[in-house]
Ligand binder design. Structure first.
Ligand code: XMP
Length: 513
């Protein structure tokens, strides 16, 4: 068995992260590398196989991304997907034709039964297509192994040299047996052994952290209690327990019990020298009377940096700042497409390492979110911390619409707690990407007992998503909504009405501000 990883050359298809996730899920290490990277950059990961990804270009476009020609000289198994198949065909002297109507969506695929890549894959399957150009002549040495009604050459193979091209996308769920096909390639054809798991990652990563810190300095981390920073904290504590200090800034905008749970986990359970900064007064004073959401974010970012820097200056000989950057953020910024336009203005504390003149430690740079959760479990973090919904840096400040006063924070905390506890107790929490309550700046008329009330409105938001870039509202069964609604109105003074948000993103956003 071969133990190397898989280099996925990224030519810009929207599905490329999925290829990487599918392969990682099989326990095999892979990296997305910009499609036009140099050969030495590709060889850096010691690949046992190359995947040429899909992409939106035509191979005949003047500026279409092209791999280093040395790639095709490598004696490694290769799989070209969509644009990647066309590149493979072209470089091996086959023929690709442009000018066809773009085919997008499912097609019925018929394939040769006794080809290794289709082992165990039924014919007549639904395959997901998304292409304009097509291969019209396979290169010498290749055979034509699949077709659809409108596409004669939908897959090709040179079995002796282990080179394959598929015009459809095996990585998307809409392609039946897509995962089986990828498994056939990775295990059956390349003979790679599945060695990538969070147990080995933990061991290797701790070694890497120690090697980076041979200089002897200390490391700090802004611990928020979210999944990413919590996992970084657990990892660093294991790697360099005497040289690591997590700093938790309580900005007064946290949910009920949040600070207590961070203190309990990290200080009491893990015995980390957690530094807790009580910044509620500073934040609330600076936010006083501010209603504009972007202004709120800027103020919170600024005060955070001030307090964090002050706390850090009390620790001796700090040389490194650890951060919970994940692989999707890295891909976003190194892809040959350049940083995508979707980068949010949310990175409230960007620029911190430069300002503080610290070196960055980003031990989760190679991981997808679900891998980070697994690593957290491996490191012994409690399940409720590992499977937590995301929570924005500015906290409840963007969930109280308008100016923030302590009384409103109190109302929102109580309502949010009832909502989230209900979801947890009824096994709904893990079906939802993110759920929370929002306090609206309006009053509405109601009756309670014999009295007329004029009280506040709470909006409940629950969304499904895979990456927060798009989201849909969660179809919460009405009987649950009814129980949550009466529980909030009966238990939280000052609230008389509950509404449920049924907007998707786009055009809405997940947060209300
Ligand atoms: P939106 O509201 O843009 O949110 O659909 C997408 C995801 O980002 C979170 N979010 C933030 N996270 N600082 C953060 O750290 C912010 O200012 C911020 N605003 C939104 C939001 O909770 C969702 O998960």
């Amino acid at each position: 068995m071969i133990s190397g990883g898989v280099a996925i050359l990224d030519f810009g298809s929207q599905y490329n992260q999925l290829i990487a996730r599918r392969i990682r899920e099989m326990g095999v290490y892979c990296e997305l590398i910009p499609g036009n990277a140099s050969l030495s950059e590709i060889l850096r990961i010691n690949p046992a196989a190359i995947i040429l990804s899909g992409g939106p270009s035509s191979v005949y476009d003047e500026n279409s991304p092209q791999p280093d020609p040395g790639v095709f000289q490598l004696e490694l198994p290769m799989l070209g997907i969509c644009y990647g198949m066309q590149l493979l065909a072209l470089h091996e002297n086959g023929k690709v034709e442009g000018g066809h109507v773009r085919e997008y969506g499912p097609a019925e695929l018929y394939h040769e039964q006794n080809i290794d890549i289709f082992r165990g894959v039924g014919t007549g399957l639904q395959a997901w297509m998304s292409h304009g150009d097509r291969v019209v002549k396979v290169p010498d040495g290749y055979s034509h192994i699949a077709s659809t009604e409108s596409l004669p050459i939908a897959a090709m193979a040179d079995v002796t040299r282990k080179r394959y091209g598929v015009q459809f996308h095996p990585e998307v769920n809409h392609t039946e047996f897509g995962e089986k096909l990828l498994r056939n390639f990775i295990f059956g054809i390349c003979g790679i052994s599945p060695k990538w798991n969070m147990k080995t990652f933990r061991k290797n990563s701790i070694e890497k952290i120690r090697n980076k810190l041979t200089g002897g300095g200390n490391v700090i981390l802004g611990l928020s209690g979210g999944v990413d920073s919590s996992v970084v904290a657990a990892l660093l504590h294991e790697a360099v327990p005497d040289r690591f200090t997590p700093i938790f800034v309580d900005n007064g905008l946290l949910r009920m019990g949040e600070k207590e749970s961070v203190v309990e986990t990290f200080r009491d359970h893990f015995r980390m020298p957690l530094k807790v900064i009580d910044g509620a007064d500073e934040f609330l004073t600076a936010l006083s009377g501010v209603t504009d959401p972007e202004k709120k974010r800027k103020i919170i970012g600024r005060v955070f940096i001030e307090l964090f820097e002050k706390a850090a200056s009390e620790i001796e000989n700090v040389t490194h700042l650890a951060q919970g950057t994940l692989y999707p953020d890295v891909i976003e910024s190194v892809s040959f497409r350049g940083p995508s336009a979707t980068i949010k203005s949310h990175h409230n504390v960007g620029g911190l390492p430069e300002r503080m003149n610290l070196k960055l430690l980003e031990p989760l740079r190679e991981l997808f979110k679900d891998e980070v959760r697994d690593l957290g479990r491996e490191l012994g973090l409690p399940e409720n911390m590992v499977s937590r919904h995301p929570f924005p840096g500015p906290g409840l400040a963007v969930r109280i619409l308008g100016a923030i006063i302590p009384e409103d924070l109190d109302i929102l905390r109580k309502a949010d707690r009832i909502f989230i506890d209900y979801l947890l107790e009824n096994d709904l929490y893990n079906e939802i990407w993110q759920a929370f309550a929002v306090l609206l700046p309006v009053r509405t008329v109601g009756v309670m007992g014999d009295e007329r009330t004029y009280d506040r409105v709470i909006a409940l938001r629950a969304v499904t998503s895979t990456d927060a870039m798009t989201a849909d509202w969660y179809r919460m069964p009405p009987e649950h909504l009814a129980r949550i609604s009466s529980s909030i109105v009966n238990n939280v003074n000052g609230v008389s009405r509950i509404v449920y948000d049924i907007s998707s993103k786009p055009p809405g956003t997940i947060e209300w501000e």
